[in-house]
Design a binder for this molecule. Structure first.
Ligand SMILES: Cc1cc2nc3c(=O)[nH]c(=O)nc-3n(C[C@H](O)[C@H](O)[C@H](O)COP(=O)(O)O)c2cc1C
Length: 345
């Protein structure tokens, strides 16, 4: 065993996320892998610091809730005072019941924190499910604000106000820490990120990926398509973490998601100040065991560069971005374009 390898074993990767102590900053992001017991078990064996379960979608719980109201109101004068149980309308388990059961099972089987995920666009009665997730043992909730604003009559300010109301509602209801997973598509993301924290978010997850549909020219039809990310996709969350980290209170956690594929990707994310990285594509493409070799790559890189802990590496570049934000802003744009070399000409 080389001396570097020996040192690599001793690197301390522990971190804290949303106030939870984690053994590693490598977290399994919401994906089909975290939605089944075998995937969860293998991720745990591969040493991930935490797992995020696939999302419970607002549309699903709202539909179930609508069915529940219809069922309880049909021909009766029942007033359901107990708001905190899931309706079972079909004789089988409803979508929210199933989610709750999966969460409870994950909690009994895993030692590392289990984060439940809500995917939503609007505030409303359904957000009481956030409380049930907290009560069922979720260590935290990730609220994914996935919204495609295609209506020309809806103003950015109104959409943002509604989303902030949702964040506050989920935080109030859940009783556990809440991270908000944002898209990069806000007019003034720095302002909105601060407002999300002001509304009660304990952390931000930068950024969710919007899945772009493709066109099937033969059938002249729209094809829904999920494509996996590449390391190049990490540039956007990397830049915004570097810019936002120095502006947010140190108690606010940042998770980076999109484009993390290698140990050096994780090192870059730590350097700009993230608390955790959240991976889906790399683990879906190569299996849950990839989390373990990724951790080794990170350890090797850190040992080689004489970082003894994630804490030491964390934020070593975000301080620089506070002093020299132009490295991440427009001033660098012109220089970067001019530096492009026309290869082979
Ligand atoms: C097949 C698939 C399913 C996903 N399901 C969810 C989900 O239910 N909720 C969510 O917030 N993100 C979901 N994501 C997004 C991932 O959690 C992750 O944030 C995103 O893929 C970027 O990370 P990556 O570049 O490592 O893939 C999903 C991604 C993939 C590829």
């Amino acid at each position: 065993m080389s001396s570097t390898h020996f040192a690599a074993q001793t690197v301390d990767l522990s971190t804290s996320y949303l106030g939870l102590p984690l053994s590693s900053p490598i977290v399994a992001s919401a994906s089909p892998l975290t939605g089944e017991p075998d995937g969860l078990r293998r991720l745990a064996e591969a040493g991930v610091g935490a797992v995020v379960l696939p999302s419970l979608f607002e549309e699903e719980v709202a539909a179930e809730e609508a069915g529940f109201v219809a069922a309880t109101e049909a021909g009766t004068d029942i007033f359901h005072e107990a708001l905190d149980y899931f309706p079972d309308l079909s004789g089988g388990l409803g979508v929210a019941d199933r989610y709750l059961a999966d969460l409870e099972r994950a909690k009994t089987e895993l030692e590392s924190p289990v984060i439940a995920s809500l995917n939503a666009t609007s505030a409303g009665g359904w957000t009481r499910y956030a409380r049930l997730l907290g009560r069922a043992g979720a260590d935290a909730i990730e609220l994914n604000l996935y919204f495609v604003s295609a209506d020309p009559h809806r103003r950015a300010a109104d959409i943002e106000a509604e989303q902030l109301e949702l964040v506050a509602e989920v935080r109030r209801a859940s009783g556990v820490p809440v991270a908000v997973k944002l898209s990069p598509f806000y007019t003034a993301i720095a302002n909105f990120a601060g407002a999300v924290v002001g509304a009660g978010a304990d952390g931000l997850v930068l950024f969710n990926r919007f899945y772009q549909p493709d066109i099937d020219l033969e059938a002249m039809a729209v094809l829904p398509k999920v494509s996996l990310s590449r390391s190049a996709d990490m540039g956007l969350p990397l830049r915004w973490t570097a810019l936002l980290r120095p502006q947010l209170p140190a108690t606010v956690s940042i998770g980076l998601t999109s484009g993390v594929h290698t140990g050096t990707d994780v090192a870059k994310a730590l350097a700009v100040g993230v608390d955790v990285v959240m991976l889906a594509s790399e683990l879906l493409a190569n299996g849950p065991e990839r989390a373990s070799s990724l951790e080794l790559e990170l350890r090797d890189w850190m040992a080689e560069h004489e970082y003894s802990s994630a804490k030491e590496l964390r934020g070593s570049l975000s301080a620089a971005s506070a002093e020299r934000p132009e490295a991440f802003e427009r001033a660098n744009y012109m220089r970067t374009l001019r530096s492009f070399e026309l290869l082979g000409r």
